[in-house]
Design a protein around this ligand. Sequence first.
Ligand SMILES: [Fe+2]
Ligand SMILES: [Fe+2]
Length: 218
Amino acid sequence: MDAIAFLKKDHQKVTALFQRFNDGGVLTGVVRRLTGNSASPAQRRSTAEQICRALDVHTLIEESTFYPAIRALRDDALDEMLDEALREHGSIKDRVEEVRQTLDDDDRLRTAVGRLQECVDHHVREEEREMFPKIEERMPAQERATLGRELATRQRSAAGPAGAARPSGRRVAAARATRRKKSVKRATASTAAARRHVRKTAAKTKPARSTGKARRAR
Ligand SMILES: [Fe+2]
Ligand SMILES: [Fe+2]
């Protein structure tokens, strides 16, 4: 598939996920919430995790495969667009992180996903309206097809478990819980060792104390 068509299709997938998060669109979402037919917090959390994962993979394949191929065209206007696109990817990644931090709080999650969507919509508009048409002018269709195949391969490896770009929010929370348990265990062990040490020291100093008492008695 042509690289441009491939990336546009991926943009549509992310847009559909945002729509699902908003119960089928911002307006429909308001109606569904008023009629009590909106998605549950658990469903929204799961959709938010999918959005983050899709954006991890999308930014990864663009940065590792697509943008370098465009940079190789040595076109000043495209170079500027790529610099801007990379800055925008930075903002998207920051907002993805915000979403992951708010997965357990439905109100804050809605705000964070709204902020992320704003950023992604803006970026997708710039890629599709400015960058992609310019690439279609500068890169022959055959090269775009080869690049499309490379993107598909890269996407498959990045989306698989071994190539996972980053762990999900739940896995991060589980890892944090394990670390907490281990540090509690370590703290308990060192407290027990400290107690043993105090007991030993007390046992050694006992005769001295009784001598003191004996002296005071005299
Ligand atoms: Fe991008
Ligand atoms: Fe993109």
